[in-house]
Design a protein around this ligand. Sequence first.
Ligand SMILES: *Cc1c(COP(=O)(O)O)cnc(C)c1O
Length: 468
Amino acid sequence: MNDLKMNIREKMFREMKDKAIFNQAKDYAFDYADHAFDRNVYPAEEAIAGLDIFNEVLPDQSGQPADILKQLHHYGSPATVSQIWGRYFGFVTGGTIPTALAAKMLSDFWDQNAGLYVMSPIVSKLESVVETWLKQLFNFPDKTVAGFVSGTSMGTLCGLAAARYRILQRLGWDVNEKGLFGAPKIRIVTGKQVHSSAIKGISILGFGKDSIEWVDVDEQGRIIPEQIPALDDRTILILQAGNVCSGSFDAFDQVCDRAAQANAWVHIDGAFGLWAAGSAKLKHLTKGMEKANSWSADAHKTLNTPYDCGIVLCNDSEALVSALQASGSYLVYGDKRDGLLYTPEMSKRARIVELWATMKYLGRQGIDELVYGLHERAVQLAKGLADVGFQILNDVVFNQVLVACETDDLTDSTLKRIQESGECWCGGAEWDNRKVIRVSVCSWATTTDDIVRTIKAFKKAYAEIKKP
Ligand SMILES: *Cc1c(COP(=O)(O)O)cnc(C)c1O
């Protein structure tokens, strides 16, 4: 039968059975991986101009799968930001661990819905197993539960929702039934360097940004414990493991004790920093964090799983589940883990597969090596850049390096030149009222050679800017 006579379902049956398109996709993927190392880290201008090919109206007729994949590879691949290898230092992203990627390819065929046990026993099993592994790795209380969400923004939202539920419930106010209008006021206390995603959560949950009691931070962006106001049982205190610019960690040990005495709720945003607990030499940074009530983290950052792979952890299961309540006569809860109880979404993809594969692949030792390796590369970079005359503005306690030239203008133009060079990619930020180049070392694939090459690229860019 030729294509023209086949209806769309017949076409799809054939495609599913003969596998040609999957082999084609695999070949393209491998071609991409082989070439993504040598090309510009940021797509070249021609590649971006080539995206015009995608400007078309919705086709009338069903397309040819081979053509669709070809278009994606020929025009799409060159316009990606090359971050599977080691010279992408933008934002805080992380590469992808090969075993996790391979497991994801397999689970894409499974097409599982991670909502309920009855929808996918394997996904439910992996979620239970990983929940236990995370508790052990972080040394969290046994009663801690985990929800697998898209990222830390969502994880923080869930943690704050649990806090809101519990605090109001203790005050005799069921927020699910009565809503927030007229509810007793909840205090939000956090440092002036809190991540914008926490502020987003504060806004969405109706606390109001105006109600935040801002606490001064020190020169590394850490909350100053002595400046924290008196806490009480209506307070949510938001701390962070890993300042998004400097990589610094708040003093959890001391601050969590104070919060516990006041019966305040502590949420820790540990998007990339929570994983420091997995390194013997870095875990001092996270000392005392197990005394908080809820935590959010990204596996897609420091742990290098594919996107989107975030986690919320909470030591008050009832508060988390109640806050994210789901109901419907068709829902079938069992005595096995039902993932949707711990997340805002009902349907979601089986992101746990990648997290499970990553943790099983790395093991405790591999996690330690990965996390500490990022720190070592960051230290190497900071030292190398200082040696060639750049200023390093932060203490490199983890994986973040803040770099500046003598003036803001020089910093800006040097950064622009670095980005254009294609050798590596970093973003800009402001730190302590100065423009900075923000370097985040977060891929397993970053080697000492990549760092040497990056230092050269910085030096060359600066020299070109200075040339009259
Ligand atoms: C990246 C990041 C977030 C947001 O995480 P997403 O996964 O992008 O939602 C929050 N806090 C910190 C400190 C981060 O680095």
